[in-house]
Ligand binder design. Structure first.
Ligand code: ATP
Length: 149
């Protein structure tokens, strides 16, 4: 079975470091599907949901925007924050979503609209990743010892 080492790294911890069979994500120039032995590539990535395939199935990781570095044997995603879908605290994300929605609905003079919109987008992505990961069985956490939380 052909695999590539996939690392998702934030400034304070390694969210994922494990071999995977396939990685699917949005890159700066469009959608990217990465198999082992991909040609070298470096690009920015927008905030979004990364899909990975491992032997046990598929799972999802929610990431802020960042940088992607692809080498034939290693793929590194450097982001400000990331969570494996099944490890998202959905109560917290739901609270963040409602708080941002309320701020945007009120639109008082002191509201930073761009900041509230960004918080809302992060919360929605987290909730979506949690849902996708739950439906997929949370295999990244269930099936291996390479995940650090
Ligand atoms: P909140 O308002 O709930 O703090 P936020 O969008 O401002 O949300 P971030 O600044 O994006 O949070 O992330 C700060 C840290 O908290 C990161 O380490 C991130 O992985 C973690 N984090 C944020 N929200 C969640 C969540 N719902 N579940 C798990 N970890 C989270």
């Amino acid at each position: 079975m052909s695999e590539v080492l996939f690392e998702v790294v934030t400034p304070d911890h390694i969210v994922v470091s494990r071999p995977v069979m396939y990685i699917s994500l949005r890159g700066g120039g469009g959608d990217l599907g990465i198999l082992p032995r991909h040609t070298p590539l470096a690009t920015t990535v927008p905030a979004g949901i990364v899909r990975v395939r491992v032997a046990a199935g598929e799972d999802y990781i929610v990431v802020t925007d960042g940088f992607l570095h692809v080498m034939p044997d290693r793929v590194t995603l450097l982001v400000a924050a990331a969570e494996i879908g099944s490890l998202v605290d959905t109560d917290r994300a739901d609270y963040a979503r409602r708080r941002a929605e309320q701020r945007l609905a009120e639109r008082t003079a002191t509201i930073d609209v761009a900041r509230a919109e960004a918080a809302l987008a992060r919360a929605r992505l987290r909730l979506e990743a949690a849902e996708l990961s739950s439906r997929a069985g949370g295999v990244l956490v269930q099936s291996n010892t390479h995940v650090r939380t």
